[in-house]
Design a protein around this ligand. Sequence first.
Ligand code: PLP
Length: 376
Amino acid sequence: MIKAPNIAAFNPPRRILMGPGPSDVHPQVLAAQAKPTIGHLDPLFITMMDELKQLLQYAFQTRNEMTLAVSAPGSAGMETCFVNLLQPGDSVIVCRNGVFGERMRQNVVRCGATAITVDNAWGEPVSPAAVEQALKDHPEVKFVAFVHAETSTGALSDAKTLCALAKKYNCLSIVDAVTSLGGSELRVDDWGIDAIYAGSQKCLSCVPGLSPVSFSPAAVEVIKARTVPVQSWFLDQSLVMAYWSGGAKRSYHHTAPVNALYALHESLRLLAAEGLEQAWQRHNDMHQLLKTGLEPLGLNFVVAQESRLPQLNAVFIPEGVDDAAVRKQLLEDYNLEIGAGLGDLAGKAWRIGLMGYAAKRENVALCLQALQNVLV
Ligand code: PLP
């Protein structure tokens, strides 16, 4: 017998999460998650799931029937889009301007498809002109994939224009909205987005571990017309939809993360109560406030103003400042988490998140004061 370990209960402190995610979870969302677990085929749970779908359709601004939350984090939402839509031999334009575009490319390759990459420098948005050139050069392409809000750099790409280009060349668009959903303008139906995935842990201020996704009718047709079965049983949407298709028709696919879904339901209810446009505006207002205080501290933005994400503020670390020591002091003295640089920006930039519930005046004030104290 292995002896039972004597381990104390885990009591995390209450941090202020101003990094690249997870963001602070709204107290009402935490409370929702602590409600009693019921069966995932319980009629009351099914009613809650039907509401959840309506709330997701609102957040995405879509009437897509195939709108649901994958029971796993954003990376699984990404994988859901690629494994369901792509078949071996397909060609896909993948735009790379940070870490997550490259992750998309890896997904494409693992599906046995060909990735045609369109690269922009880290910190720049995806160039529609470069995408159009690639579409002209590669008439065999079926999909255009890009990251709307690149969390590794803080750059916002023009999803509306990129999706219109995809349509012009008879391609479907695959959009990463992990960091944009709830924080930046996003209109799935109006912009003609075909497949989109997001994350629960960023601007929705929900607990991590769920990935809202949505597929347009055109994308559903492509999934239905597959000749090769989806290689992942768990992520195969034709099977998952039997659970999410609505009402009493729901049947077992996998055990839903019941309490996490209560949390998502509550976070989306809060978003609907605030209003999407109001939430986008709040993120913008808080970004302006933060920006006004950061620049006098000598902290300059990685991304040009016109394509800057309000919810992810990447700033260069000033010369001679010890990156890790500053972040450690912020955490220990102020309970404040900001993000380190990722990939090409590791050691060169900090990423200050203003996501969801964390995008508020008192957080901006605390962050600016703490940075001022630590940087002297
Ligand atoms: N895409 C983007 C733009 C992200 O920022 C992230 C996570 O930070 C992901 C995908 C992956 O999401 P997750 O970490 O929830 O798997």
